[in-house]
Write a protein that binds this ligand. Sequence first.
Ligand SMILES: Cc1cc2nc3c(=O)[nH]c(=O)nc-3n(C[C@H](O)[C@H](O)[C@H](O)COP(=O)(O)O)c2cc1C
Length: 399
Amino acid sequence: MRIGALTLQSNLFLSPLAGYTNLPFRLVVREIGGVGLCTTDLVNARSLLEKNKNAFKLIETRPADSPLAVQLFGSVPEEMRDAAAKLESLGFASVDINMGCPVRKVCNVGGGSAMMSELAKTAALVRGMVNAVKIPVTAKMRLGWDDDNLTAPDLAHALEDAGIAAIFVHGRTRQQGFGGTVSLAGIRAVVQAVKNIPVIGNGDVITPQAAKKMLDETGCAGVSIGRGAFYNPWIFQHTLEYLNGARLWSQTQPQHAGNCEAAAAGASHTAALPSDVALPPEPTFAERVRVMCRHLDLMIEVFGEEPGCRMSRKIAPWYAKRFGPCHEFNKRVVQVSTRAGFHEVLENYTRWRQQFLDANGELQPRFRPPPLVVSFMREEPASTQGEQIPVPKGPVEVW
Ligand SMILES: Cc1cc2nc3c(=O)[nH]c(=O)nc-3n(C[C@H](O)[C@H](O)[C@H](O)COP(=O)(O)O)c2cc1C
């Protein structure tokens, strides 16, 4: 797929997750494969221009970490413009603008002409950036403030006119935070509001089937994955394989309706897919451990041994969510500060975990972790099914 002049290997994107989507994690995801474009954590435009050390650490990259977008945060047009130009001169592939809920003030007073002026202001900021660089400038937003103020379609339309190259939209309102259901209809409304640019859907995609459903039912051009990637860095490769399998299968069907027609009809092909459109197998315990250790090594390489290990204390428990019983691991891993200490914890845990395995070395069924629930694929009330994907703490207002 293409975003402006940029050609991507796939239509799957890594969403920015402040504090998580740093260079080591991006390299982990890219080594597994399947991702088309990664984005950095959000970076303050002014800090970048002031050559702030922390801001530069956030954009640290290397050739294997390509193509890479930097997400900028800021509201002063000149600063955003100059920061975009700086990023272009440093060789980044694109610039994304964080618009968590850009028309917040306007939504609070109920829209009207004030909304139009706010939109005009945002569009002017975007135009300034677009005119200053050749690389694509994209925007990431939510659906709006609340269900009565779904401003994303109007904003997307105005931004397309201002030259934005793509829109990323998380299918929830600001008021929802991370609760409730991702609205596929809300994402579809944004898709329908633009003429030519790609819209990339986002929110709660934690399985390949969820990615397919979002693509089919919204007509979006791609899917962006945040927490699902942290929980399961294999998700891009697995989704790509699944989508390719589904595409090959649908080409053999006599009356296949394309995505747009299906989206217009609100239809999904998911139910019709035969079971031989197989999901790639879940990674084994050994593979999860291998990737977790690679992640740690990269954290140490990029941040130094003690800081890298300290930062990994919040990373390792995400891998452990699929280990089966893991409290013995989690309890100890949050105390490690050396690589050797980490491996000692892991070895002790691997021995302890054997009590939960069967004769083939697989987790006995009753110890297997429950499936995660995709909000927009839930058929029963939330309380009767598996778990929701966890939400790390942080400033939701800017996400
Ligand atoms: C810990 C955390 C940090 C986030 N940081 C950012 C950020 O820096 N910029 C941004 O636009 N969105 C941020 N988000 C929002 C995600 O990019 C994404 O829109 C949201 O998590 C929904 O997608 P998901 O269900 O695939 O995670 C963050 C979300 C979380 C949970």
